[in-house]
Design a protein around this ligand. Structure first.
Ligand code: BG6
Length: 466
């Protein structure tokens, strides 16, 4: 059997996209609460102050906060071994006092107990794109003091859930600063120096969290996660294109290098120097980065890109969603993302060869326009086909290439608010949630056809995937 017998099959969500209940039980505001709904071509707007008569999708999302029991029962029916979810920092620390909100802590106790009832292992993303507004007010991650706030948060949750959680991810998509500084960095500053400073502070915070996690419970596995928008092929066999692709990869993978190898690679030090960027080194940080290397690496995988000498990504030497080249060998999703199952195996190999550590695929899925039929069915054959092909490639990565892959959580196992567009209509789940882009609907849950397929896949440990 290619998949190890204790392989962690499951699904993933995030608090900002699922929980809703934005002002329930003492939760404070976070950056995700300030964003409107957009579309693929019309970006979401970030409001510094909430406005009347504007719909903010995270405020209700899919109401997972109140309906978690029903949702977890469905995950159990799917046969999940693991549920990757994030905790809302502003639910636990609603304000700058440093005193945790007991109601918030109790909520996650209840969720973990419910998961435990079904033998589902929680995998907790400590922060997933939702920075509390009180952190924003102090300058976000540009301010080194935020490392202490983060440590207060992680120490609180590592201690509280010591007997309930063993798997943690310090930051969702640590390279998220390349896409949204406000959500990942808690600041609206977008210049290269600010991005470098924010990342630096987050690297130190993550390394400290790894050390703290081990100190509180040696059985903790504290991992890192990369956003998979770096995965690329050269546009041609022109050596210049191959070089562009390699430079792009090195630039994107540097986030993993720091967290998995424990130091900044020389090419980044050189790049920063050439751009006049200064890293805010403090004595002792180098040792912290080296000692606090991640226990495992994980990433989100949705699509690959094509890199050539003329691309924007190369010109700015920074990761970008769209490099302007279309891969003629790949189909696009309804939202224009290139579907590439082989790329999953390819990237698993890239990570194995570079980091030699256990790997977890933390997100993979297809955002599509699903149709709910009158009888409550959703015929999403395209999703089943998408997952089948990705599972096949993971299988090859384990069986043929020898990748140490220990788990896979699909995104998002239940429909949720899209992070990039704020739409509900960009649906990823095996479970359909009856809510539209303006928050109207019954919030009822329906099993899609793909539900049955994933259940079969998990029950057979990835063998029966037709
Ligand atoms: C990942 C994020 O980058 O992509 C998720 O971690 C997000 O939060 C997922 O939902 C899919 O992106 P989108 O924009 O389609 O929701």
């Amino acid at each position: 059997m290619p998949f190890p017998k204790d392989f962690l099959w499951g699904g993933a969500t995030s608090a900002m996209q699922c929980e809703g209940a934005f002002d329930q039980d003492g939760r404070g505001l976070s950056t995700c609460d300030m964003e409107t709904t957009g579309t693929r071509t019309n970006p979401r707007q970030y409001h510094e102050v909430l406005q009347e008569n504007v719909y903010y999708p995270s405020h209700t999302a899919i109401d997972h906060y109140n309906q978690y029991k029903e949702d977890i029962a469905l995950f159990a029916e799917l046969g999940f071994k693991v549920y990757r979810m994030s905790m809302s920092w502003s639910r636990i620390f609603p304000d700058a006092t440093g005193i945790p909100n007991e109601a918030g802590l109790q909520h996650y106790d209840d969720v973990f107990d419910e998961l435990n009832k079904y033998n589902i292992q929680p995998l907790i993303t400590i922060t997933h794109g939702d920075t509390p507004l009180w952190i924003v007010e102090k300058g976000g991650w540009l301010n080194r003091d935020v490392i202490d706030d983060y440590m207060n948060y992680v120490t609180t949750i590592f201690t509280r859930y010591k007997n309930k959680v063993k798997y943690w991810i310090t930051f969702n998509e640590i390279n998220g600063v390349e896409l949204s500084m406000i959500h990942s960095g808690g600041t609206q500053k977008n210049d290269p120096q600010s991005k470098a400073t924010v990342s630096y502070h987050q690297f130190v915070a993550a390394a400290k969290a790894v050390l703290k996690g081990h100190e509180i419970d040696p059985e903790n596995h504290v991992g890192m996660m990369l956003g998979g928008y770096f995965l690329s092929y050269p546009n041609s066999c022109d050596p210049d294109d191959a070089m562009s692709d390699m430079i792009f990869k090195n630039r994107s993978l540097f986030y993993c290098d720091v967290m998995c190898l424990g130091y900044y690679p020389k090419h980044m030090i050189n790049l920063y120097a050439s751009e006049g960027i200064v890293l805010p080194w403090v004595e002792g940080d180098k040792e912290i980065l080296m000692k606090g290397k991640a226990d495992f690496m994980s990433y989100s995988y949705y699509y690959t890109m094509v890199i050539g000498k003329k691309t924007e990504a190369l010109r700015t030497n920074r990761a970008s969603f769209d490099t302007g080249y279309r891969n003629p060998y790949l189909e696009l999703s309804d939202w224009g993302w290139a579907i590439d199952p082989v790329g999953l195996r390819y990237t698993l190999n890239v990570f194995m060869n570079r980091y030699h550590m256990p790997i977890f695929v933390a997100e993979n899925g297809l955002g599509a326009k699903d149709v709910l039929c009158d009888d409550g069915s959703v015929h999403d054959l395209y999703r089943r086909y998408y997952f089948k092909r990705h599972v096949e490639e993971m299988k090859k990565a384990i069986e043929i290439d020898g990748v140490d892959l220990f788990g896979y959580t699909t995104w998002s196992c239940i429909d949720s608010v899209s992070a990039s567009t704020g739409e509900m209509s960009k649906r990823y789940g095996f479970i359909y949630v009856d809510v539209d882009d303006q928050g109207n609907g019954s919030f009822k849950r329906y099993k899609k056809d793909s539900f049955k397929w994933y259940k079969k896949c998990i029950a057979s440990n990835g063998e029966d995937i037709e």
